[in-house]
Design a protein around this ligand. Structure first.
Ligand SMILES: O=P(O)(O)OC[C@H]1O[C@H](O)[C@H](O)[C@@H](O)[C@@H]1O
Length: 672
């Protein structure tokens, strides 16, 4: 049932099952360094996660009610199969109220052992008769909670539809982080995203700030977020980085004063010590077909920085919020020591020297009015403002420098050397000159934010040089020339904003099914709105020389027979009535037979599976029949459908699960 990771560490790690005050089992995981996690079978809820120094990383209310079925206020409750009250079920679904079982015989992880170097436990939730009455869908929810050798927490969830019909659900890992003071915390990585505000009847807004700080109640679902979200706790000198993949949404919740007082299981002042930031699938539900499986992998770690003595260096709240947490030079020596220890024990790579030099060349050759803490003598990763490195610290993957007061053209041969860069944000500066054409070699670039600058000239002809581009915002510049047709090659493109430029010519007919936001307003564009873009409202083309036709503003692309790739039959009269009748009758009979056959097969499979989990996997279909189709949802999220919940993961996805930051990984896999 519960095993530790490697043979070497087996002796030093421990998995212990204890009983709580209600007699419910709890599994306590301990790694050989002394870090621990406690998971309750009530709700499959992680209730505690401690560092090797014994510091608790998750918040639990002092007023929490430890009495099933009430979910405990704190830890990591699992909201399933519903998040919030948007649906027929009770708030956040029933999974968090149920007593889970220890999974004695979990299906193996076939291709990748996600539990290397980890101590872990497997839990299982199946619906009871009672559950099936309110949510008539048979499923198996398997949860593996792991503690890595570094003290990081991983949760791998596998949800399988063992019913005859598809079902849809939403899910969230409602992580209550323990923080020093809500006023000292900032969340990065949500800027420019749309969110649904639960405080305004789920109305949609766009995040305007560079970072999210907290001054009142926040209850939001951020949509289509990037893979990296960071929570900076200035006071605690702790950084949590949430990395997720596969699930598009991020919940951010703090009840603040008034709501705190209305919750019986929450202290009046406790809102100051907690912040919920969770990976989730909420706006668009996940649909699982019969036999399919959703796999969700959550990986968490934290990085505790040197804690300054409060009396010496405690910054004012406002100041702390506006300054970089890592900028403190008083921390320098201890920081160096920590980095040295990391180097020796955690095999963290040394500074990415070449990327560092490229960044220095960039910043030294581009005048700016706000100072940056980019110091040659300080390490880049987790230190330089606006720079995020890969988990092994080997490369710079994100540069976010909005509103730094840059002016002048981007110096050539600087950013173009950051060949692992995924996010580039230089928005809201005074950058002039042409588009930085030499970044064409940044093949991993996924998010490009250059809006609100003074860039001019034409756009690159060939955008397919950046095949991963997902969000492109070049609005509010002075670009001219035409819109490159090559945008059509960007199959991952989810949002394109070219508004408020001087672009001319016709709007190309992009056929990008994943594009869910576009804004071309206030340019000099002419012609008509191409068919593929008619699903967007007129306003996104306004301020051009484009006459609006009578197509409905929000209609889906209209598919007329002329859109079909095959020529239509020339036989205008069509088939004779008798022939037609014969075909209809034959189709009905065949359809009925197929339906009966399907029901028989489906139900016998369900019965067999319930008794022998994994039987379908082993005996049902040969490996040759494994379907593995990579596709993107409307949010630009990579989802893979596969027969096997355990064997699909592309290697590179798993290889990156090594970090010293807080990470949430969410990966979808389906089994047929
Ligand atoms: O009190 P609970 O049911 O645990 O919900 C706690 C909170 O969860 C989420 O963050 C919701 O967005 C909030 O509206 C809700 O208040």
């Amino acid at each position: 049932m519960n095993r530790s990771g490697t043979a070497d560490q087996r002796a030093a790690t421990a998995v212990e099952v204890t009983k709580d005050r209600n007699g419910v089992d709890q599994v306590v995981l301990r790694n050989w360094r002394g870090a621990s996690a406690r998971v309750s079978l009530h709700g499959g809820q992680v209730l505690s996660w401690r560092t090797d120094q014994g510091e608790e990383l998750l918040f639990t209310s002092s007023k929490a009610i430890f009495k099933p079925p009430n979910p405990v206020r704190g830890g990591i409750p699992i909201c399933f199969p519903q998040f919030g009250n948007c649906g027929s079920l009770e708030q956040h679904g029933f999974a968090r109220k149920k007593i889970w079982a220890i999974d004695q015989n979990p299906p193996p992880f076939l291709q990748h052992n996600d539990s290397n170097d980890k101590v872990y436990t497997d839990l299982l939730l199946k619906p009871s008769e009672e559950d099936l009455k309110i949510w008539p869908h048979s499923f198996e929810f398997r949860l593996r909670v792991c503690l890595t050798v570094e003290g990081n927490l991983t949760m791998i969830s596998r949800i399988r539809n063992i019913n005859c019909k598809p079902f849809s659900f939403s899910i969230a890992f409602h992580t209550y982080f323990s923080i020093s003071d809500i006023s000292e915390v900032r969340v990065e990585g949500l800027e420019t995203l749309d969110y649904l505000d639960n405080l305004f009847q789920r109305e949609r807004f766009t995040e305007q700030g560079d970072a999210l700080t907290f001054e009142s109640e926040v209850d939001r679902v951020y949509l289509s977020s990037s893979d990296v979200i960071a929570v900076f706790d200035h006071e605690q000198k702790r950084t949590f980085t949430i990395r997720k993949e596969g699930l598009p949404d991020v919940v951010v919740w703090n009840p603040w004063e008034k709501k705190s007082k209305s919750m019986v299981d929450f202290g009046d002042e406790e809102y100051k010590q907690m912040l919920c930031v969770d990976g989730a699938a909420i706006e668009k539900q996940v649909t699982l077909k019969p036999g399919f499986c959703l796999r969700v992998l959550c990986y968490r770690s934290d990085k505790l920085r040197e804690r300054e003595k409060e009396s010496e260096t405690k910054p004012s709240k406002v100041k702390a919020r506006n300054s970089s947490f890592f900028a403190s030079m008083e921390a320098k020596h201890i920081l160096c020591l920590i980095l040295l220890v990391e180097f020796l024990f955690f095999q963290v790579n040394s500074d990415p020297v070449e990327d560092k030099q490229a960044l220095l060349d960039f910043v030294n050759n581009l005048p700016h009015s706000r100072s940056l803490n980019w110091n040659e003598s300080s390490p880049v990763c987790n230190n330089w403002t606006g720079v995020i490195c890969s988990r092994d610290g080997a490369r710079v993957i994100a540069v976010r420098l909005p509103g730094v007061g840059f002016h002048g053209p981007i110096p050539p041969n600087t950013l173009s050397r950051l060949s692992a860069l995924q996010i580039l944000s230089l928005r809201s500066n005074g950058i002039s000159g042409e588009f930085p054409f030499d970044i064409s070699n940044l093949k991993n670039l996924s998010f490009l934010y250059l809006q609100y600058n003074n860039l001019s000239g034409s756009l690159p002809v060939d955008f397919s040089l950046w095949p991963n581009l997902t969000i492109v915002n070049l609005s509010n510049n002075r670009f001219n020339g035409s819109i490159p047709y090559s945008f059509s090659n960007l199959s991952h493109l989810a949002a394109l904003n070219l508004a408020n430029n001087s672009l001319s010519g016709e709007v190309p007919d992009f056929n990008l099914p994943n594009l869910h936001q576009i804004n071309l307003s206030n340019n000099n564009l002419s012609g008509s709105v191409p068919r593929s873009l008619r699903r967007f409202p007129n306003s996104v083309f306004s301020g051009n020389n484009i006459p609006f036709e009578t197509f409905p503003p929000h209609a889906s692309p209209v598919v007329t027979p002329s859109d079909t790739p095959y020529p239509r039959s020339r036989n205008k009269r069509g088939l004779g009535e008798k022939t037609l009748l014969g075909i209809i009758v034959a189709s009905c009979v065949l359809g009925l037979l197929a339906f009966v056959f399907f029901i028989a097969v489906c139900c016998s499979r369900k019965k067999g599976e319930a008794q022998f989990p994994g039987k379908l996997l082993k005996g049902g279909m040969s490996p040759e029949k494994v379907r593995s189709v990579l596709w993107r949802s409307t949010y630009g999220v990579v989802v893979s459908s596969s027969m096997d919940c355990d064997s699909y993961l592309p290697k590179e996805r798993l290889q990156v699960i090594v970090t010293a930051n807080m990470v949430v990984y969410l990966i979808l896999v389906w089994r047929l």
